[in-house]
Design a binder for this molecule. Structure first.
Ligand SMILES: *[C@@H]1O[C@H](CO)[C@@H](O)[C@H](O)[C@H]1NC(C)=O
Ligand SMILES: *[C@@H]1O[C@H](CO)[C@@H](O)[C@H](O)[C@H]1NC(C)=O
Ligand SMILES: *[C@@H]1O[C@H](CO)[C@@H](O)[C@H](O)[C@H]1NC(C)=O
Length: 179
């Protein structure tokens, strides 16, 4: 785990070296939600709303029909657009309930959760026994200082499984651009 944190630091340092993204804006440009097991979970809401040119709010409402859920794993991978979407830097699979007990073990996961928590009702450990709601989540330019990446379009794909069975996928398309 220590080693992972080290590697993460080197990747970030390396990224800063190859292309500094200093005055960058970051915003959602598209969002897709798919469920594979409707009796288990379904999306009541999955949409973006433009607040201004550089601020787009993401809202999600996931209805859970078989609560409590106390066995969740997540695969998170990132793609960058370049003649189609190509794998980019991160591909993490984790026991989400373990992660929630100690987020520092996965630095990139913690970075994301720090943002999501502020706009959602998921800042707690397992089990999940209510709907999952994210309301008007906006990406902020400050986040680019924590994880400077080259300008471009990215897709963050989050696949969620419960009891080792994939239940849903969320694809968030994000643009990083110069002002
Ligand atoms: C990440 O890993 C998963 C599971 O091993 C795999 O299905 C997926 O294609 C990988 N994603 C990328 C971007 O390589
Ligand atoms: C989430 O919970 C932790 C631990 O209770 C707390 O320190 C943190 O401030 C919370 N985050 C938000 C955004 O409320
Ligand atoms: C989660 O559920 C799967 C399938 O039932 C099981 O194999 C796995 O051990 C469980 N994980 C935990 C952490 O309990």
């Amino acid at each position: 785990m220590r080693l992972k944190a080290q590697i993460f630091k080197y990747i970030v340092a390396f990224t800063i070296l190859i292309q500094p993204a200093i005055f960058a804006y970051i915003k959602f440009i598209n969002l897709k939600c798919v469920t594979y097991d409707k009796p288990f979970a379904d999306f009541r809401q999955c949409n973006l709303k433009a607040l201004s040119r550089n601020a787009v709010a993401l809202s999600l409402h996931v209805r859970l029909f078989q609560v409590p859920v106390n066995n969740v794993s997540v695969n998170l991978d990132v793609y960058k657009k370049a003649n189609g979407y190509r794998p980019f830097m991160f591909n993490i699979t984790a026991d989400f309930c373990q992660f929630l007990k100690n987020k520092k073990r996965i630095p990139f996961g913690k970075l994301l959760m720090d943002t999501v928590e502020a706009y959602s009702n998921i800042n707690h450990t397992c089990p999940f026994d209510n709907d999952i709601i994210v309301r008007d989540m906006v990406l902020k330019p400050e986040q680019m200082q924590l994880l400077p990446v080259p300008m471009g379009e990215y897709m963050l794909r989050i696949s969620v499984a419960a009891y080792n069975d994939y239940k849903a996928t969320i694809k968030a398309y994000i643009q990083v651009m110069e002002d």
